[in-house]
Structure formats: structure tokens, C-alpha cells
Write a protein that binds this ligand. Structure first.
Ligand SMILES: Cc1cc2nc3c(=O)[nH]c(=O)nc-3n(C[C@H](O)[C@H](O)[C@H](O)COP(=O)(O)OP(=O)(O)OC[C@H]3O[C@@H](n4cnc5c(N)ncnc54)[C@H](O)[C@@H]3O)c2cc1C
Length: 388
């Protein structure tokens, strides 16, 4: 029976929930706002499948396989400019998804139902997969999608499953073997924040503003990709946009003050990665996409296997891409090969937060906007102007 004694050892991926033959494992939220499996001991038949499927208990070589000629690194951007406005980076995922759907396959990814709720869905058509676009900075619930994936694979369908590294590792742990028609895609992940902290922030903000939030977009590109913004829409129709680094909740997230405990020691945030292809923002891109619009977004694509390589080749119908050096890729994106680090102030933050709320804790531990110094901001703006 799965028994979590150290919360750093559970990512909440849901492999155990999906594999349990008696359906006696459920996912529940703890006091800090992170989900963990809970076993109904009375119904448990001690088959130990939950432990066998857990990616945290497996040898890493079973999850993240090394391939001699990989990883390979690329910069990519969608050819369609309208589509580029709907994605977080250069839209490599949307190119992959279109190729799989056109070939009669199915795609799994994370959608946002409302302001607080992110979960994984299965889609066999483009309309169904549209809402998986754009990064949502909360942990997505995988639900029964690992089981559904297995059913699809058994039917001979090609499946593209996307998610964070730990979710791809969870799927692999659940499946327990390689499937020829399964292609996996992970996003480089900066960690997932506490839902409880978000909900408290939201409540306090709504009280201060005197109006309810009806919609949240984590990655608004209207001021340009490099001026990444949070866009909050209120029920009265008013809209608030704020640079992510200065946004009071996102600034705390970026500082690692309220990550899931397993994120600060993530096993799946380094090379070799668990997925066939890994996507990230290519912030330090210097190349030909500048002519057509650097500020529309550029994807950093890491191909980890032959399957990933084939998918990238097929996606050239929708995606332009160029090979890049490993050193440039790692220089641009440290979380490609390094897990995020937990802030030493995390326990103090949670203490003040639980006693006095989000804004009180933020006053002490987050100085939103000061994360990027004025000089750095001027340099960044200058570099963008020079590129345009
Ligand atoms: C929580 C999180 C943290 C990230 N941290 C970084 C980072 O530190 N550095 C960096 O370079 N890139 C990071 N990314 C990845 C980056 O923001 C883009 O998602 C990635 O470059 C893909 O962009 P795209 O334009 O190809 O596709 P998009 O259309 O922007 O993204 C769609 C893809 O993201 C997946 N996705 C969206 N939200 C979630 C979620 N909550 N859980 C699981 N999967 C999700 C969808 O399933 C789909 O595969 C992060 C993404 C997430 C979700």
C-alpha cells in the first residue's frame, strides 16, 4: 500500500490512483494545498501495484532512457502568426498536436476550466485540444487519463500525451512498458504552486478590489512575448494586466515560496528527460525568427528520442525550426537540466500566511517587481528594441 512519509517523495501524478484495481485510492488536498493519494485501507488487497507504478520508487533508468544520439536541441516557431498569439512560446506543441490529430491520433493535455481548476483532457479533434494551449501555472489533475491512454494504445491509436516531467514519468510508471504508438511531450517546469495559497490570494484580492475574478490568463502576449503578463478579467468586465514578474502571486511563485515540496528536489527536471520531446521558452534566442517576430515567441525544443525526432520532422508543415548548440540551450533554460530550488523562507512564508493571510506574508517575503533590477529591465528592453 502506498504510504507517503515524506511529502517530497510524491508528485501527485496519479499513477497509483489509475492503477489500483479496486479503485480505493483517491486524491485529496492536504492542509498546505497540495494533492496526495489516500488509500482506503479496508478495500486494499495488498497487490502492491500502486508502489510498483510509482515513478518515485522506480529506478530512474526505467523512466528516463538514454539514447546515444540524443538529446538534440532546436529553436522553433509556428508559421501561422495568428496561432502564435494563442500559445505561450513558439507553439511547438500546437504543431505537434495538429500532426497527431490529422493522422487520426489522440492528444492529451492540460486545460483550464475556470480560474482555479486545471485538469488533463483527451481530444481526438482540434477543437477539443485548443484549450490545452498556453501554460497554466497550477498543477493539473491527471484524473483517469493514464487509463484512457492505455485503452487508446491497446486500440492501436497513436497518442501524444503532454504534461510536466513528473506527469510523463507517472504515465510511464503506470504503463510499465514501452508502446510503439505513444509519444510523450513534457514542458520544462518551474514548479507548481499551492492551490490553497492561490485561493487565499484570490479571495483577498477580490475583497480589496470589491469585485470577483472571472478569468485568468497566465501568459498574455498582447504586450509581446518578452513582456509576459498576467491578465485578470473581473465579473464586471474590467481587465487588469500586469507583468508576471511584478504580479504579486506570480512573483511569490517565481521565488519558490510556495512550491509543491517535491518540486524543490524534482527527479524529472534534468537530462535525460522522461519524454520524447521537451518544450520550453527560448528567452535567449538569437536567430532568423527575429525578422519575422521574436516577440511572438520562440520555442526551445529538446528532442530526446527517435520518436521525438520523427514528430519534429513531420511538424515542419506548421513549424519552422533550426538546430542549435547544447550550450546555448542550457544557457537559455537552466530548468532543462536543473530542478527549481526551494526558497529557504518557505516555512516562514507559510507560517505568516496561515496566521495573517497572503498579503501579510507577501509584504514580508515578496517584493514584487524588485526581482528584476531596474538596470536588468532597461537592458532587456534595449535588447528587444535592437532585435525589432
Ligand atoms: C507549470 C509550468 C511551469 C513552466 N516553467 C517553465 C520554465 O521555468 N522555463 C521555461 O522555459 N518554460 C517553462 N514552462 C513551459 C513553457 O511555459 C511552455 O509551456 C512551453 O514552452 C510550451 O509552449 P508552446 O508554445 O509549445 O505551447 P503552449 O500552447 O503554450 O503550451 C501547451 C502545452 O503546455 C501543457 N500545459 C499547460 N499547462 C500545464 C499544466 N499546468 N500542467 C501540465 N501541462 C501543462 C499543455 O498540456 C500543452 O502540452 C512551464 C510550463 C508550465 C505549465
Amino acid at each position: 500500500m502506498i504510504n507517503i512519509t515524506d511529502k517530497r517523495n510524491c508528485t501527485g501524478c496519479g499513477a497509483c490512483v489509475n492503477i489500483c484495481p479496486r479503485n480505493v485510492i483517491t486524491i485529496v488536498e492536504d492542509g498546505d494545498g497540495f494533492v496526495y493519494p489516500k488509500v482506503d485501507a479496508e478495500g486494499c488487497i495488498e497487490c502492491h501495484l500502486c508502489e510498483k507504478s510509482c515513478p518515485m520508487l522506480k529506478d530512474m533508468s526505467e523512466i528516463c532512457k538514454k539514447h546515444a544520439e540524443f538529446p538534440q536541441f532546436y529553436a522553433g516557431q509556428l508559421k501561422n502568426r495568428d496561432d502564435l498569439l494563442e500559445v505561450s512560446s513558439g507553439g511547438a506543441f500546437w504543431a505537434f498536436a495538429q500532426i497527431i490529430i490529422e493522422a487520426g491520433g489522440v492528444v492529451y493535455g492540460a486545460v483550464q476550466e475556470d480560474v482555479d481548476h486545471i485538469y488533463h483532457v483527451r481530444a481526438d479533434n482540434l477543437d477539443g485540444i485548443k484549450n490545452t494551449r498556453r501554460s497554466k501555472y497550477f498543477q493539473s489533475e491527471t484524473g483517469a487519463t493514464y487509463r484512457q491512454t492505455k485503452e487508446d494504445l491497446k486500440k492501436g491509436l497513436t497518442v501524444l500525451y503532454s504534461g510536466t516531467g513528473c506527469q510523463i514519468a507517472g504515465l510511464k510508471g503506470y504503463l510499465g512498458k514501452e508502446y510503439e504508438h505513444l509519444i510523450t511531450c513534457d514542458v520544462v517546469c518551474h514548479g507548481v504552486p499551492s492551490r490553497k495559497v492561490w485561493q487565499a490570494y484570490r479571495r483577498e484580492k477580490e475583497e480589496r478590489e470589491g469585485k470577483k475574478i472571472s478569468e485568468l490568463v497566465f501568459r498574455d502576449k498582447s504586450a509581446g512575448w518578452s513582456h509576459n503578463q498576467y491578465k485578470i478579467t473581473y465579473q464586471d468586465g474590467s481587465i487588469e494586466k500586469e507583468a508576471s514578474t511584478r504580479q504579486l502571486f506570480h512573483a511569490g511563485y517565481l521565488k519558490g515560496l510556495f512550491y509543491r515540496p517535491s518540486c524543490g528536489c524534482c527527479r524529472f527536471a534534468s537530462l535525460p528527460r522522461a519524454a520524447d520531446v521537451t518544450l520550453a521558452d527560448y528567452w535567449r534566442y538569437e536567430g532568423r525568427f527575429h525578422q519575422q517576430g521574436f516577440d511572438l515567441g520562440v520555442s526551445l525544443i529538446t528532442v530526446n528520442s527517435e520518436k521525438g525526432s520523427k514528430l519534429l520532422r513531420l511538424s515542419s508543415k506548421y513549424l519552422e525550426y533550426d538546430t542549435i548548440e547544447r550550450t546555448l540551450a542550457l544557457k537559455s533554460c537552466k530548468h532543462l537540466d536543473e530542478h527549481p530550488s526551494e526558497n529557504p523562507d518557505r516555512p516562514n512564508f507559510f507560517k505568516v500566511f496561515s496566521e495573517a493571510g497572503y498579503y501579510a506574508a507577501a509584504r514580508e517575503y515578496i517584493k514584487a517587481g524588485n526581482d528584476i533590477s531596474l538596470i536588468k529591465r532597461i537592458v532587456r528592453k534595449f535588447r528587444i528594441l535592437v532585435r525589432l
